[in-house]
Design a protein around this ligand. Structure first.
Ligand SMILES: *[C@@H]1O[C@H](CO)[C@@H](O)[C@H](O)[C@H]1NC(C)=O
Ligand SMILES: *[C@@H]1O[C@H](CO)[C@@H](O)[C@H](O)[C@H]1NC(C)=O
Ligand SMILES: *[C@@H]1O[C@H](CO)[C@@H](O)[C@H](O)[C@H]1NC(C)=O
Ligand SMILES: *[C@@H]1O[C@H](CO)[C@@H](O)[C@H](O)[C@H]1NC(C)=O
Ligand SMILES: *[C@@H]1O[C@H](CO)[C@@H](O)[C@H](O)[C@H]1NC(C)=O
Ligand SMILES: *[C@@H]1O[C@H](CO)[C@@H](O)[C@H](O)[C@H]1NC(C)=O
Length: 822
């Protein structure tokens, strides 16, 4: 009997060593070392230290990672100097330095602690911190050296991002150069105290994104969480003492494991570990959209992502006339003239990211702040410096207001700011300066009580609505993850739910057929209509990627993109669930003899503008920089109000790329819409999407297909025909007969003009989407188009079909290539 435990012990040991040559403990003492293959593991098994090779590299690095799979590296010791073989050794030298040695016993990396220590130990703590300390000293916080002082690309809870003000020592994150190389890349994330205390992502000395000031609870320009993540998962903290100034955070409770990561493209991403599914789930990434980019709109201009164009001068400012089409963001806005201070007041803007460069006084209140600001004519705006408990402190801006944006509604961030405007711009506002006379005051009091009455009413209504909504939500029985963290992720639907909703994928509910599977209409238990895309054959390798893509694409939210509601991955079945679009696709209107009359010019123009906005979002605002590659009339779906929504962006395409990689270099796209350089050389860019948009524009105006177009007297396609008419000075002949009476003539001609600019032969001659939107929205002079690309039909005259797809049978020339019913 006595032997048994011993036997078990050795059995266990050999078992462990099969899996991993683990050093076992979390500590090394003087003279001990660990070599490549051995690891240190923190006491609760959360972190592990050892040698690893990143990505596809064969170089060896000493690092710390989460002991989860896949390995998530959070710290690298020898970032600059890899070991090229597996003979590296980590040791604690006699004098108490941590040394990383190569085969020749020369030092690759060392902890440069200055004190000689003979009782030193190195320990990997459960926080992920590798510390060197004196074994004799009882005080556990006193470290001779710690890895938390030299962050890599990850800020773990408890790490400090910022400054030791006495020694001017700074801790900051630097991104890896790429997935194979942990050498510091171009982006870093730091706590900038040079001018003001804000977090910034920088390349060199250039600011890419700034966080805005700390408002007592958070940095005003960084969302705390994404809309789907209703619960806070961490608590941000800003510490400022005589000795230190830093940012840090802690999890809301010890069940939550968050991490903040600076990716190689300069995006800051917050992840939370999901114990159930054993994976990291992203709760936000920042910058999130174009408005987050530093000074996107230039001086005194507000950035609003929901508007087109996104930049607009603040009230009290007017934009200077501009002539440079291709840099819509280089403009600036100037003050309207006014009498100071008598003819001016303050306008309240809500939920704003506060601009840079402010003056602050913590002991003033908002009233004093306003008084101080109105007195000094160069004060342009003011705000509270701390919003805690109703607000306190004072921030004031002198000079231009730079990097100001409106925060999107669903995110909890932003703050009120009061900007100085001429009295004329104050009418119909909620707020007025104290310089207004008594009468005005009375009016305001009355208005205020009305407003607050309405607010209360609104609140009550809102609560009632929320209740109703929750009820409805619970009714949707098949949806998984109904716990509090459900909103962390895209909803996963159960197969049974979807089978139920679609009548077991009944043929009667089939909406269409795409290259990647069939599309069905369905109705959930709560009555919501959905479109279900049933993907055919995905290899197992593709599965994880698909999941990631789904998560990424579910984050794309724009009213001109079809919304991905969720997915279902169960066994063989891979389903994508989209919102259902009752009016099907644009081509079912504009190319249909009877239904075309339902779209008058104003509806068509609305569709053009909406599609442009959706495309702009894909190209630059979403930060994923998606090139659609198959924009066409059948991929523009219409909701019940005839608002356009672009469908089939990326997701299916990514999947297709995956599948055809080993196959051929098939160009995915549709003849008739493909830019010349894409069709012939497979070169795609945002400008090839612009080409497709141009074709679509001409089709909407003319009601004719580019590809199916035949004109009695020539062999030209629609583009060629439009070009010919343009040169003859008769572009109006292109206009669809059924809108000729209803249309705004100048607007239509302008659209044809823009369409021709978009279909230019050379990508560099085509405008980019921000310019297109600017052109659509203003009346400025446009440049003259040169001869466009593809004037005549290409030899192969198979009509409008996606080349990526199996040929479908056609009955007439008007054939729908991929009916994306959603
Ligand atoms: C370690 O060495 C680096 C580079 O020489 C130096 O910048 C840093 O201040 C040193 N740290 C300590 C604690 O001596
Ligand atoms: C400790 O020893 C190493 C190698 O023996 C040496 O490079 C280092 O400078 C020493 N450190 C101190 C503080 O003496
Ligand atoms: C550290 O101190 C503990 C308790 O005083 C002792 O048991 C241990 O052996 C010491 N370790 C080293 C490496 O000195
Ligand atoms: C801040 O405001 C208070 C009250 O107006 C004033 O006494 C104090 O001097 C101000 N501090 C600074 C730094 O201007
Ligand atoms: C207004 O404020 C600026 C900046 O604080 C200061 O330089 C200027 O003297 C002030 N002007 C007046 C009239 O107080
Ligand atoms: C974790 O993932 C599982 C399975 O995907 C899911 O059911 C659960 O809701 C997730 N939990 C959190 C906290 O996100």
């Amino acid at each position: 009997m006595k032997c048994l435990p011993v036997f078990n012990f050795f059995y266990l040991l050999s078992f462990i060593s099969v899996i991993e040559l683990s050093f076992g403990g979390d500590t090394i003492t003087i003279g001990q070392s660990i070599s490549d293959g051995e690891t240190l593991v923190s006491s609760s098994l959360r972190f592990e230290l050892g040698f690893f090779s990143p990505g596809n590299s064969n170089n060896r690095y000493l690092g710390i990672w989460y002991k989860s799979s896949p390995r998530t590296v959070v710290w690298v010791a020898n970032r600059y100097k890899p070991i090229t073989d597996k003979n590296g050794v980590l040791t604690l030298s006699n004098n108490g330095s941590i040394l990383l040695l190569n085969q020749e016993r020369s030092t690759i990396w060392s902890s440069n602690s200055s004190r000689v220590l003979e009782t030193a130990v190195v320990r990997l703590l459960d926080s992920g911190n590798l510390v060197l300390r004196d074994n004799v000293s009882r005080s556990s916080d006193e470290y001779m050296w710690q890895s938390f002082d030299y962050p890599s690309d990850t800020l773990l809870p408890g790490m400090k991002l910022g400054w030791n003000l006495r020694t001017r020592f700074e801790r900051y994150l630097t991104a890896w150069r790429n997935a194979d190389d942990p050498t510091p890349g171009e982006f870093s994330f730091r706590f900038d105290i040079s001018t003001m205390a804000e977090l910034v992502t920088v390349t060199g000395s250039k600011i890419e994104v700034r966080s805005g000031p700390w408002n007592g609870q958070q940095f005003v320009g960084i969302p705390m969480f994404f809309p789907r993540l209703k619960n806070k998962v961490y608590i941000p903290m800003l510490v400022r003492t005589e000795d230190e100034a830093y940012y840090t955070y802690k999890p809301i409770n010890d069940k939550v494991i968050p991490r903040l990561y600076l990716d190689q493209s300069g995006k800051l991403q917050r992840f939370v570990w999901n114990q159930t599914s054993s994976e990291w789930r992203m709760s936000y990434s920042w910058p999130f959209d174009a408005c987050d980019n530093y000074a996107q709109c230039g001086a005194n201009s507000n950035c609003r992502i929901s508007k087109t164009p996104i930049c607009e001068c603040l009230a009290g400012f007017i934009s200077k006339p501009q002539d440079d089409w291709d840099s819509p963001y280089s403009r600036r806005c100037d003050r309207k003239p006014s009498d100071c201070p008598s003819g001016e007041g303050f306008l309240k803007l809500q939920r704003m990211k506060l601009p840079e460069n402010y003056w602050s006084n913590k002991s003033m209140n908002l009233k004093e702040c306003e008084a101080e600001c109105i007195r000094n004519c160069s004060c342009r705006a003011y705000a509270n410096s701390d919003i805690t408990g109703g607000g306190s402190g004072c921030l004031m801006w002198f000079g231009d207001l730079i990097d100001i944006r409106e925060c999107t509604e669903e995110f909890s961030w932003g703050q009120d700011i009061f900007i100085r405007v001429p009295a004329a711009d104050l009418e119909s506002t909620q707020y007025s300066s104290k310089h207004s006379n008594k009468k005005k005051r009375l009016k305001i009091i009355v208005a205020m009580s009305i407003i607050s009455g309405m607010l209360i009413l609104g609140l009550l209504l809102g609560m009632a609505w929320k209740k109703a909504k929750n009820k409805g939500y619970n009714k949707r029985t098949g949806q998984e993850n109904e716990d509090q963290n459900e909103d962390l992720e895209l909803p996963l639907f159960k197969l049974a739910t979807i089978a139920n909703a679609t009548g077991n994928f009944s043929i009667n509910n089939k909406l269409g057929e795409g290259g990647f599977g069939l599309v069905y209409k369905g109705t959930l238990a709560d009555g919501q209509e959905i479109a279900v895309k049933r993907l055919s054959k995905i290899s197992e390798q593709g599965l994880k990627e698909l999941k990631n893509e789904v998560i990424l694409f579910s984050k794309l939210q724009h009213r001109n993109l079809v919304k991905l509601l969720g997915c279902c991955i169960q066994g063989e079945e891979k389903l994508l669930i989209y919102e259902f679009m009752p009016n099907k696709s644009l081509d079912s209107f504009i190319f249909d003899q009877t239904r075309r009359t339902l779209l008058d010019w104003s509806k068509r123009f609305n569709i053009i503008c909406g599609t442009a906005r959706g495309l702009l979002y894909l190209h630059q605002d979403s930060r994923l920089r998606i090139i659609h590659r198959d924009l066409k009339a059948s991929n523009v779906l219409l909701d019940q109000d005839m608002n356009p929504k672009i469908s089939d962006f990326g997701l299916a395409r990514t999947f297709a790329r995956d599948e055809t990689e080993g196959n051929t270099n098939r160009v995915v796209g549709t003849y008739g819409y493909m830019a010349p350089e894409y069709a012939s050389d497979g070169q795609f860019s945002v400008k090839s999407d612009v080409f497709s948009f141009g074709v679509l524009l001409l089709e909407i105006v003319s009601g004719k297909r580019n590809r199916g177009f035949y004109h009695s007297d020539n062999k030209l396609n629609l583009i060629g025909h439009a070009w010919k008419l343009w040169n003859k000075g008769m572009p109006s002949q292109l206009i669809d007969a059924c809108i000729q009476d209803s249309c705004n003539f100048a607007e239509v001609i302008r659209c044809i003009h823009i369409g021709l600019l978009c279909v230019q032969q050379h990508p560099e001659d085509r405008p980019c989407m921000p310019s297109v939107i600017l052109m659509l929205g203003s009346e400025t002079v446009l440049s003259q188009p040169k001869q466009p690309g593809y004037l005549a039909h290409r030899k192969c005259t198979r009509p409008d079909s996606s080349s990526s797809m199996p040929e479908s049978s056609s009955t007439n020339t008007i054939m729908i290539s991929e009916l994306e019913g959603r």
